[in-house]
Write a protein of this length. Structure first.
Length: 217
């Protein structure tokens, strides 16, 4: 199937209120333009350098999301244009994003990454840390925490996926009940977005199902 047909199919499977982030990492500009010409405007990248290059080369009405781990010393390169940073997981990073937001005179929207997978992963906060950082961030004027992001274990075990997504969904609902500025729950990728949506995801990040398998060579 074509890129356009893949996007159309995924959109038909999720609520209209959910956002599809087309994850274009490692993919050439031609592939991104094919998606763009099919109406897609939201794209996600996980490497700062690649994101900056593509932002320069491609149409300016694209909303670029940084979905991968972000190092503090690279925030300055994306601060002028990034639409949403998905994977904030430290106070140091929050402070740097706020600083660069101030320099660029814009508020940068961010999600806190919460660790929900059972597999060992270096990145992500536990629920207590996420709540703590969320409250700390309320004092920062050039950054808004608008939700949370999570990645489930890479598994076909539907019960496990359901458990992991539900844990984050419950946390999101609980925080949102007193913090209506929380709008986004980013969970679900090619292999698990159906379950993520069932458990309340409002934003899915899909790469290979749209663009085909990635080749890292
Ligand atoms: C690569 C990536 C995705 C998309 O993965 P697919 O399995 O190709 O859909 C989603 N989220 C993050 C954080 C990623 O790095």
């Amino acid at each position: 199937m074509s890129i356009a047909a893949n996007i159309e199919k995924i959109k038909s499977e999720i609520p209209e209120t959910a956002t599809l982030v087309a994850v274009s990492k490692t993919k050439p500009n031609e592939a991104i333009l094919e998606a763009y010409n099919a109406g897609q405007r939201v794209f996600g990248e996980n490497k700062v350098q690649e994101l900056v290059q593509k932002q320069e080369d491609l149409p300016k009405d694209i909303e670029w999301h940084l979905i991968g781990h972000l190092q503090s010393n690279k925030v300055k390169y994306i601060a002028p244009f990034v639409h949403l940073i998905h994977a904030v997981d430290s106070f140091k990073l929050l402070l740097e994003i706020n600083k660069q937001g101030k320099k660029n005179n814009r508020i940068i929207n961010c999600l806190l990454q919460v660790k929900i997978a059972q597999e060992e992963s270096k990145f992500g906060l536990d629920f207590d840390e996420a709540e703590f950082l969320f409250n700390e961030a309320k004092n920062l004027g050039f950054l808004h925490i608008v939700g949370f992001m999570g990645m489930a274990t890479f598994t076909d075990d539907q019960a496990q996926l359901k458990n992991e997504f539900t844990s984050l969904s419950n946390f999101f609902k609980q925080q949102k009940s007193t913090n209506p500025q929380l709008k986004i729950l980013s969970m679900g990728m090619s292999g698990d977005y159906h379950m993520a949506i069932e458990q309340g995801s409002t934003m899915i990040r899909v790469g290979s199902t749209i663009f085909g398998e990635r080749n890292y060579n």
